[in-house]
Design a protein around this ligand. Sequence first.
Ligand code: HEM
Length: 144
Amino acid sequence: MMRESRWLFLLLFFLLFNSVDASSQEHGSDLVKRGRYIFSLAGGCACQSVPRGIENAGGRAFPIPFGTVYSTNITQDKETGLGNWTDSQIHDAIVKGSRRDGSKIIPVMPYEAYSGMAQEDLKALIAYLKTLKPVKKATPGIYV
Ligand code: HEM
């Protein structure tokens, strides 16, 4: 009898442990799905990619009065994208328009409009950005 209940306990423990793990994984992917949705709503996919070019690798030209600014690579590439950025650096670029070196992003990137985004939505957006497959492509920044 003791032996049977020990097995029953182990079985229950196993089922409980596995279900907790599965639900936390599902939670993570829900966050990414939500982030992807927010990214589309915010127009990120249109601006951070050249039409019919590599998705999110930047390079789309925006003519402004004193030159042309190009969107940047926001994939997870460590050298040319956001691969080495911390969550808080990505957060500040989106809502404050700050680059990692503290300089200001040209406001073609609508960070003013994003500054009121809910923290939960930003968290989801950043989680989604971190899933973007790294693509090596340096973008020129601004040409005057
Ligand atoms: C939620 C959507 C968006 C996200 C997450 C996002 C993310 C970023 C990040 C992190 C940077 C800085 C990267 C770096 O300095 O290396 C950036 C730059 C830039 N973004 Fe966005 N962006 C979004 C939407 C847009 C939209 C809608 C536009 C166009 C209307 C845009 C245009 C640009 C441009 C032109 C730059 C480069 C500006 C500069 O070099 O000064 N972005 N974006």
